[in-house]
Design a protein around this ligand. Structure first.
Ligand code: C2E
Ligand code: MG
Ligand code: MG
Ligand code: MG
Length: 271
């Protein structure tokens, strides 16, 4: 561990204890009608001297040095509380929280999550956990834990599909409800034959197994059109919204209704 990492970890821990971490929320919408289906909570840390530090940098550090479980619990509690507030404001959505595979190794984690939902008055089926294949062990080893979540009604999404070990066999055996196609397959989709073949097959396969498909990192109207053509279920990306502050979601939702019509207008209308 470098001296810089030691310092960063130390400051991360202090920030967590002092309530200085934040969550940003990125909408996921129905590809057919643009309605808001879910928001994904993404962790944000603004360092007093270094500015914004990416979760890609600080999450692995926390995973390696035993801080991630506390961070995950904080994120769950914060996101569930926020869901309650949105619900009271008339916004009916579900909320997704990213969970490190490390945290799934705690045997009582599903019970803990269920208790949190109950305490904060959030139905378990309004929560989705987004999991990525961990570096330490394949998700298949966590089958029991994943199954317990599903029995409790909590949704499970396989994040960054196509980048890790998460192969087709895992998809068949593991109790997921949703897969998220990684951005790398979306970027060139409008022009790359190969990516079209891959994405079409993944969507057909997922649908055959009864899973919903989300495309991440959608940035252009061309990508959106291609994904709608391929029957993708849910769309997420900067085209629709950047990760937002909690207070921005309700205003976004009303603006978005009008914008969606423009984004999905047949292209010849432009001429
Ligand atoms: P992820 O869960 O796959 O999240 C998607 C990332 O892509 C987010 O980056 C999001 O801001 C970004 N993104 C969304 N739309 C677009 C787009 O249209 N174009 C591009 N270029 N990027 C887009 P972020 O917030 O920096 O998070 C990066 C990763 O850090 C996440 O990937 C997730 O693996 C991890 N992470 C974030 N928050 C948490 C957390 O609370 N807990 C855990 N364990 N991991 C987290
Ligand atoms: Mg995610
Ligand atoms: Mg992802
Ligand atoms: Mg990703």
């Amino acid at each position: 561990m470098t001296a810089k990492d030691v310092r960063l970890l130390d400051e991360l821990e202090r920030t967590l204890r002092q309530g200085g971490l934040r969550l940003a929320y990125q909408p996921k919408v129905d590809a057919r009608d643009g309605s808001l289906v879910r928001v994904e909570a993404l962790m944000r840390w603004t360092h007093s001297e270094l500015g914004a530090i990416s979760p890609v940098r600080f999450v692995p550090l926390a995973e390696k040095h035993g801080l991630i479980d506390d961070m995950t619990q904080w994120a769950l509690r914060t996101a569930l509380r926020q869901w309650r507030e949105w619900k009271s404001a008339g916004l009916d959505t579900s909320v997704a929280v990213n969970i490190s595979a490390v945290s799934l190794e705690q045997l009582d984690f599903p019970d803990l999550v269920e208790r949190m939902c109950r305490a904060l008055d959030v139905p378990t089926d309004r929560l989705v956990l987004e999991l990525t294949e961990g570096a330490t062990q394949p998700l298949i080893n966590l089958m029991d834990t994943l199954t317990r979540f599903r029995i409790k009604g909590v949704g499970l999404a396989l994040d960054d599909f196509g980048t890790g070990y998460s192969g087709l066999i895992q998809l068949r055996k593991l109790p997921f409800n949703e897969i998220k196609i990684d951005r790398q397959f979306v970027t060139e989709l409008p022009t790359s034959r190969d990516d079209q073949v891959i994405v079409r097959s993944v969507i057909e396969l997922a649908h055959g197994l009864g899973l919903q498909v989300t495309a991440e990192g959608v940035e252009t109207v061309e990508q959106l059109a291609a994904l709608r053509e391929l029957n993708c279920d849910l769309i997420q990306g900067y085209l629709l919204a950047h990760p937002l502050d909690a207070s921005e979601l309700v205003p976004w939702a009303s603006r978005h209704k009008r914008r969606w019509k423009l984004l999905t207008r047949p292209l010849q209308d432009e001429l």
